[in-house]
Design a protein around this ligand. Structure first.
Ligand code: SIN
Length: 285
């Protein structure tokens, strides 16, 4: 029987594991499904290589892990007939990419996604790697004193924060910024800063530089020094892993326990990825 025994190989001390011996085009046996889910909870992001999946097979695999949700990231197109698959696309003439800063997807929503299954369809000759950072490792490495302070805090996440501090090549015009700020003014949510992961039960640091604006009940100015410290701390290289894509590679990240960052270092080339987001269930308190 296919897909009954899988081989899980960690790729760094803090985050990431490659999973071998599984063909995701085939239905997943229950044991393989459980092993993959446990690996995701433990390592934060899991990688598969050389998968030849149709959009329907990509969707079927993702649906094993939860309800798939429509991804309304404004610039995403969809492959024909698959509205639930988002195209993360950068064309040769574009200098902007999607996800080119450390973030957790949709942390400005009341229930951020459980995770996303990203499949490489077309890649530049070089560049376009994705970085991942473990928010388990980031939390664990803090002092007991700071952990105690963070355990009692909540933070405000806003979609519009993403337009502040973009690099010049990803910057948007003042007009676009004003329009987007108006369109997305209500996309805000408040989450615990150091919640327990709902499946592993481990504590994670849940703030990110793209969407976290301030601590709940604090001003932005008061929040900035501690948030800046946490953003720098969490991006320490030893908490990260850099994934180099090949066509047919898949990265499946747990959006509750890792940040990700899509490198924008391949101007003049095309990169096309298919992304499926899986609905989250919120944090255990
Ligand atoms: C994203 O979901 O932020 C994009 C990741 C990538 O394209 O590598």
């Amino acid at each position: 029987m296919k897909n009954t025994t899988i081989d899980i190989r960690p790729v760094s001390m803090s985050t990431g594991a490659e999973i071998h011996g599984v063909d995701l085009a085939e239905p997943l046996h229950d044991r393989a499904y459980r092993d993959i889910r446990n690996a995701l909870n433990e390592h934060g992001v899991i990688f598969f290589r050389d998968q030849k999946l149709t959009p329907a097979q990509h969707l079927a695999f993702s649906e094993r892990f939860g309800e798939v949700e429509f991804d309304d990231t404004s610039t995403l197109g969809n492959p024909d007939g698959y509205p639930m698959i988002g195209e993360v696309r950068k064309e040769p003439e574009s200098t902007r990419n999607i996800g080119g800063n450390w973030h957790s997807d949709h942390s400005f929503d009341p229930l951020p996604p459980l995770g996303a299954v990203l499949l490489a369809r077309e890649l530049p000759e070089y560049g376009g790697d994705t970085l991942f950072a473990s928010m388990y490792a980031a939390y664990d490495a803090l002092s007991d004193g700071l952990k105690k302070t963070l355990d009692s805090l909540r933070a405000v996440h806003a979609k519009t924060r993403a337009y502040v501090g973009l690099t010049p090549e990803r910057a948007i015009s003042a007009g676009e910024k004003a329009q987007l700020s108006q369109d997305f003014a209500t996309r805000e949510a408040v989450h615990p800063v150091a919640p327990r992961h709902p499946e592993s039960g481990r504590k994670v640091l849940f703030v990110n530089p793209t969407y976290t604006v301030r601590f709940d009940g604090w001003t932005e100015k008061e929040s900035a020094p501690l948030l800046d410290y946490l953003f720098r701390h969490a991006a320490r290289p030893e908490f990260t892993y850099r994934f180099q894509w090949r066509e047919g590679s898949i990265a499946f990240w747990d959006n509750r326990s890792v940040w990700h960052y899509a490198l924008n270092d391949y101007h003049g080339s095309r990169r096309l990825m298919h992304r499926i987001c899986i609905k989250g269930t919120g944090f255990a308190q």
